[in-house]
Write a protein that binds this ligand. Structure first.
Ligand code: C2O
Ligand code: CU
Length: 537
């Protein structure tokens, strides 16, 4: 009964004329019982757009034969531009959300799943309470209300579950989707649009004979991170994209729990990168191959004009070596056997992410195009941060990355809710000089568990810039600069730190106070404790 719900909510919001007027815009499904205390629609927030996301158990058809049980988010626009949400009924992926910089959005997250959960807007600069910290997880039947303004520049962001100890499992089950932001600067450029602007999320999974997702969660899997034998693009196996003879903008997201891809076109065409995590680069960068760690995004420009109809191109992932100093843990996790095309038979001896080449996706030229776009020489202007901008130019905040016994640690610590140490307090409206040091800390014991692994490090809040990437020199003293295979330009929110490396970043902490997380985006590592909060105040 809508009226009862309204009355309840009025009581809840503090009755009065103002509340009555404001409530008439709230949807009827909300009531005091199902709405999460601490997050309710606020009366002074006037959204341009209102969205409802519902997480529930669903069955989708991924393969021929039995459908697959997944955790799926379905979206609906309650108020405003209906094109802001695109549901993909045939996959487990959460809907793609498209918003414009400056828009104010209210998102109702309704949890109909058999577990508490919460969503985090990866890469977006939102208030701490809207950031999906695990402490805000809501139970089955509850609704969390997010309200924020899009402050980010145009870019390919995403969102996913961020549940305490369960992020890996929840994302694996399906709880992730694109969050694409546009802005005026980007719209003024002549970039491919509509069907020529293609978001592509790359993930790996394992399935049993009944087509059901397999995730064993065993000890080795947790140490190395989950590595699946089946590659899925946009939730589909053996993904093939039909294209016209023209330029495309492809937005690549590594939505895998822990697999790192090294992407290259099979015909030797170099990869032209136009954007990274936080949007467009100043100008396109050309690379022979592209390393894409979990949670990272790269937008690439691919021009098929001049290609014959029927031409097929394959985007492959090349053999990936963790590099470093060869002191890996020796279990390996190559792709073995597997189903579908392009799987391999190798053992990843010695390197946790090694594997032979495999196919990620195929592109097939099917149609002559009547239009084309030319890659602009200049895409954007990015103000470069410098050490002089930092509040701590001479004393970087050092974060050591280590794995010991059954834990993955940051500065020797494991995640604990509301456990802020002195070195985790950051003054608001400052830029911080920070370094991630993956130089074999906690190697004590060596053996199988004393390993050093690549760690894709992610910070919540604003995007940062990478100042330098160094590797510990052979003598073990000092670092030398390296850059091979990596693209560290532009705005980033996730940076891959290889074994033996030290990566220095400049990270702004503006506007919002409260808890903002930093963690490894190898989701198994994250759940094993490789995550901490920063208190911005
Ligand atoms: Cu994409 Cu804290 O995560
Ligand atoms: Cu890690």
């Amino acid at each position: 009964n809508v009226n009862i719900q309204r009355r309840k909510l009025l009581k809840f919001a503090g009755a009065g004329a103002v509340a009555t007027a404001a409530f008439s815009t709230f949807p009827g499904f909300l009531n005091a019982k199902t709405m999460r205390v601490g997050s309710r629609p606020s009366l002074d927030f006037n959204p341009d757009i209102e969205i409802r996301l519902t997480g529930e158990v669903k069955y989708v058809s991924i393969f021929k034969g039995p459908t697959t049980r997944v955790w799926k988010v379905t979206g609906e626009v309650l108020k405003g531009d209906k094109t802001a949400i695109t549901n993909d009924k045939e996959s487990y992926l959460a809907p793609t959300i498209r918003l414009h910089k400056g828009q104010k959005v209210r998102i109702y997250l309704k949890n109909e799943l058999p577990s508490a959960t919460i969503l985090h807007w990866h890469g977006l600069h939102v208030p701490a309470k809207m950031d999906g910290n695990p402490m805000y997880a809501i139970d089955n039947g509850e609704t969390f209300v997010y309200e924020f303004e899009i402050l980010n520049r145009a870019g390919t962001y995403w969102y996913h579950a961020h549940t305490h100890n369960l992020t890996a499992k929840h994302v694996y089950s399906g709880l992730a989707g694109f969050f694409i932001v546009s802005d005026d600067e980007e719209q003024a450029l002549k970039l491919p649009r509509g069907e020529f602007d293609v978001p592509l999320v790359i993930q790996d999974r394992n399935f049993d004979q009944q087509n059901q997702l397999k995730y064993d969660g065993g000890m080795m899997q947790r140490m190395h991170g989950f590595l699946g034998e089946q590659i899925l693009v946009n939730g589909r196996p053996e993904f093939k994209l039909p294209v016209e003879t023209r330029a495309y903008r492809m937005r690549l997201l590594n939505g895998s729990n822990s697999r790192i891809y090294k992407l290259a076109w099979d015909d030797g065409t170099p990869i032209k990168v136009i954007a990274t995590d936080g949007g467009l680069l100043e100008r396109a960068e050309t690379l022979p191959y592209l390393t894409l760690a979990p949670a990272e995004r790269r937008e690439i420009w691919v021009d098929f004009s001049g290609k014959e109809i029927g031409t097929e191109l394959t985007l492959r992932s090349l053999e990936f070596s963790s590099g470093g100093m060869g002191m890996m843990g020796g279990m390996g996790g190559g792709m073995r056997g597997g189903r579908g095309g392009g799987m391999m038979g190798g053992m990843g001896g010695g390197q946790s992410h090694a594997g032979e080449e495999f196919t990620v996706l195929k592109v097939r030229v099917t149609k002559k195009s009547s239009s084309n776009d030319v890659l602009p020489k200049r895409l954007s202007k990015i103000p470069a941060l410098s050490v002089a901008d930092a509040e701590n130019p001479h004393s970087p905040r050092r974060i050591t990355l280590s794995m010991r016994h059954m834990s993955a640690l940051l500065n020797g610590r494991s995640y604990k809710m509301n456990d802020i140490r002195q070195d985790e307090v950051v003054p608001v409206n400052t830029v911080q000089l920070m370094e991630f040091d993956n130089g074999f800390h906690g190697m004590g014991g060596m053996g199988m568990m004393g390993m050093s692994m690549p760690h894709p490090m992610h910070l919540h809040g604003e995007q940062f810039q990478v100042l330098k990437r160094e590797v510990r020199s052979k003598s073990g003293k000092g670092y030398t600069s390296v850059s091979e295979g990596f693209l560290d330009k532009g705005w980033k929110d996730t940076v891959l730190v290889m074994p033996g490396e030290k990566v220095t970043i400049l990270k702004p902490f503006n506007d919002y106070t409260g808890l903002f997380m930093y963690h490894c985006h190898n989701l198994e590592h994250e759940d094993m404790g490789m995550m901490r909060d920063l208190l911005v105040k």
